[in-house]
Write a protein that binds this ligand. Structure first.
Ligand code: BGC
Length: 751
């Protein structure tokens, strides 16, 4: 062997050893994340630390157009000097990759960026709105939908989604109910955890960080008006509003987002009770808290912070960690810490939390693992994703009425007349939170019916225009075309874009022009099926009286129209049950099943002399038009023989309840059986019913199956106003049925 060979080997070994010695420990993948975070923190200036807590709205940051836009180049300058730790709304494998390269190669420490985005119900393949998805009561499907959304988003350079939104809400006037999971705290919590699992998986490069939002109680704005005041008791907060967020935290969500509202007079972003006492201390949340868009700065407008410096102090010291787009951290955080007005320890804690997740995602070891255009191309709108979206949509559409078994339409139709602008317009199929979903990829109801019935004559008449004004001239056309039609499908509802943030509505009745259209169709005497397309429950009282069949299709995402056609035709047997009560009238809102009894309850229909001084409206019923948990199927089910295993249990026991369900029809069908309890007398009044368990089960035609529920007695308790869990002995009622109204009832005692 030549001498020079040994010399080379020796040289290589030596340089490797030296390199390893000189390599900053934070770059060493063999060390623990905590060791790496500590090392990196020790190397960072106060300004660089503040930079990690600054999240800016990106948009398109590179390329010729951005290069001439001082707003965009200014953001990149901030990035180069270590003043940005994260962007939102920068998307696409190539664009995010280019911006990541600047962070990694041009900043002093090369700390990679986090790219966040609102992947609410899909990235490119859009699934049904989350509210609809919850009506499927199918947790596995929700988890799968989130996993597919994560797969597409991560392929497009996104590390982090601002979902799941877990704001419990009883407010159909509020545009954001579409993002939530309805009015039940326990069921919402189940979906919360399922979605976190779906988004985050094992946090490989096919998954994204999840954010539970908006913390807390954002779903209860007064009057349903967006961004409005929230004023509620701590008793309500603990029992109704907090459980869905807690479930996400327990499932390991990486981030929590502050909400815009106040709680107990203090804006959520600066609310120490919410962020530090509950979230970080009581729930031991290890992730980071991001503001909502500009919510740190808005504390000044709220009248809670005197100026920018004060807003920074209040946000940071409440326990919030990252500033989304207020730029108050950018302006003041470093100087306040440098001057000793804010403790560096709190800054370090906040930065450490953010860095932890950057390490966890593997970004320090391979900063470009999410920026692969080939993977992106293969993932977006993949066939399996579309198929899953179609199934999810069909499983979330609620059949509200089906008189005379108008539905299903069957496969032998020769001619269908479709009416209503919403049936045809691709612009209406997606909502405000459509991610990167494109209208041109969506299937309208008209298109879905054409796909389903390629041989049939399918005619379309608009009936009302974009402003929902009845098109008078269409009346004659409808009458004439209806003559040859086997059936008329009328589509009414709300514009897709009316579902989402800043979309509060005072009136959620169908537009007058849509009702006029229904009248014309009715006058033809043809079988009529109405499909409602909307991102929230509407007031359907007039419609229900007038039409025989109603399918509530919500906003079903990319495959919306195919899913509607699957149900109308009968290829899919509907099984969804609503997770929000449908109000009888707007004046009845908030209307929800898990209310208290009051000292003077009223039962609709009781009109005796003793029913005057009671809690009721004099002009409408107390009950909603359709109760929580309600939904029909093409099958029919009968419940019988409710049995409680033991009529007395102790606190370490399990409550065992069973019921027989018979599919009394000739069609296999899925039934969602629900179990509710009521604590008859307690140290605080308890709701008249509380959902505690459910079973979603396929029951073959004609079969009777015994469905058994098990509920640990520990779960029969509730929170007091200080968040203590109370398990109080005494009498309970238990109810089982197909919805929250039509139940069988039994009793037991908790010892
Ligand atoms: C919304 C958040 C969203 C954020 C970023 C805010 O206006 O309230 O839910 O994540 O914008 O788009």
């Amino acid at each position: 062997m030549p001498k020079s060979f040994f010399a080379t080997i020796l040289f290589l070994l030596l340089t490797h050893a030296l390199k390893a010695q000189n390599m900053h420990p934070y770059k060493n993948p063999d060390l623990s994340i905590q060791q790496r975070v500590d090392d990196l923190l020790a190397r960072m200036t106060i300004e660089e630390k503040a930079g990690q807590l600054n999240q800016l709205n990106g948009g398109v940051l590179t390329g010729p157009q951005a290069a001439t836009d001082p707003g965009q180049t200014g953001k990149l300058d901030l990035l180069r000097t270590g003043q940005v730790g994260s962007f939102l709304n920068v998307t696409g494998a190539e664009e995010t990759g280019r911006v990541q390269k600047i962070a990694v190669e041009e900043t002093r420490l090369g700390i990679p960026l986090l790219f966040g985005y609102d992947v609410i119900h899909g990235y490119k393949t859009i699934f049904p709105i989350p509210l609809a998805e919850a009506c499927s009561w199918d947790l596995a499907a929700a988890e799968k939908a989130a996993a597919i959304a994560a797969k597409e988003a991560s392929a497009a350079g996104i590390h982090w989604t601002f979902a799941p939104m877990m704001d419990l809400s009883r407010e159909p006037r509020w545009g954001r109910v579409m993002e939530g999971s309805g009015e039940d705290p326990w069921l919402s919590g189940q979906f919360s955890a399922a979605r976190v699992r779906g988004f985050q998986g094992k946090l490989d490069d096919q998954h994204v960080l999840a954010t539970v939002k908006h913390f807390a109680a954002y779903g209860a704005p007064e009057g349903g008006r967006e961004y409005n005041t929230v004023d509620m008791s701590r008793y309500a907060l603990w029992n109704y509003y907090l459980p869905p967020y807690e479930a996400a935290v327990r499932a390991g969500a990486a981030a929590v987002m502050n909400s815009f509202n106040i709680f107990d007079g203090i804006p959520a972003s600066g609310n120490r009770f919410l962020v530090t006492d509950i979230l970080k201390t009581r729930w031991s949340f290890q992730g980071f808290v991001v503001s909502d868009w500009a919510s740190f700065g808005e504390m000044i407008t709220h009248g809670y912070a005197a100026d920018t410096a004060n807003a920074v102090e209040k946000a940071l010291m409440a326990g919030s960690d990252m500033d989304m787009e207020s730029r108050v951290f950018q302006q003041k955080l470093a100087s306040l810490v440098r001057s000793g007005q804010l403790p560096e320890a709190r800054l370090n804690d906040a930065v450490g939390r953010v860095l932890y997740w950057k390490f966890k995602l593997g970004l320090f070891d391979d900063p470009y693992r999410y920026h692969n255009p080939t993977r992106e191309k293969a993932a977006l709108l993949a066939d399996q994703h579309q198929q899953a979206a179609r199934e999810a949509a069909a499983n979330s559409m609620v059949l509200l009425k089906n008189e005379g078994a108008i539905l299903p339409l069957g496969k032998n139709l020769k001619s269908i007349l479709v009416v209503g602008n919403l049936a045809e317009s691709q612009d209406e199929v997606l909502d405000f939170w459509k991610g990167q979903g494109e209208h041109r990829h969506t299937v309208t109801i008209l298109a879905g019916l054409k796909n389903k019935y390629p041989e049939a004559t399918i005619e379309f008449v608009r009936g009302y225009d974009k402003t929902n004004t009845f098109i008078a001239g269409d009346a004659t056309v409808i009458r004439q075309k209806a003559r040859n039609a086997d059936v008329v499908v009328a589509v009414i509802g709300l514009h897709g874009e009316l579902a989402g943030e800043a979309r509060a509505l005072a009136d959620i009745n169908p537009a007058k022009g849509q009702l006029e259209l229904l009248n014309v169709v009715k006058s033809t005497g043809k079988p009529l099926a109405v499909v409602v397309q909307a991102g929230r429950p509407m007031v359907l009282t007039d419609v229900v009286k007038n039409v025989p069949a109603i399918l509530y299709a919500w906003i079903g995402g990319t495959q919306h129209g195919n899913a509607v056609a699957d149900i109308l035709s009968g290829d899919v047997n509907p099984s969804a049950k609503t997770v929000m009560s449908f109000p009888y009238a707007v004046g009845q809102i908030p209307v929800y099943y898990n209310h208290y009894n009051t000292g003077r309850p009223h039962r609709d229909g009781n009109e005796g002399p003793n029913d005057f001084w009671v809690s009721r409206y004099r002009d409408i019923p107390n009950a909603p038009l359709f109760p929580f948990g309600y939904g029909m199927s093409y099958s029919s089910f009968a419940y019988s023989d409710l049995a409680v295993a033991k009529n007395s249990i102790n606190q370490n026991d399990t409550l065992r309840v069973s019921v027989s369900i018979t599919n009394t029809s000739e069609r296999d069908g899925i039934e969602i059986a629900q179990l509710y309890i009521r604590d008859v007398a307690a140290s605080r009044v308890r709701p008249v019913k509380e959902l505690k368990a459910f079973e979603r089960r396929l029951i073959p035609a004609g079969a009777t199956q015994r469905v058994a529920f098990e509920l640990p007695a520990q779960q029969l308790g509730f929170f007091d106003e200080n968040g203590n869990w109370l398990l109080e002995p005494g009498a309970f009622r238990v109810f089982v049925g197909p919805n929250s109204r039509d139940v069988q009832e039994a009793g037991f005692v908790l010892k």
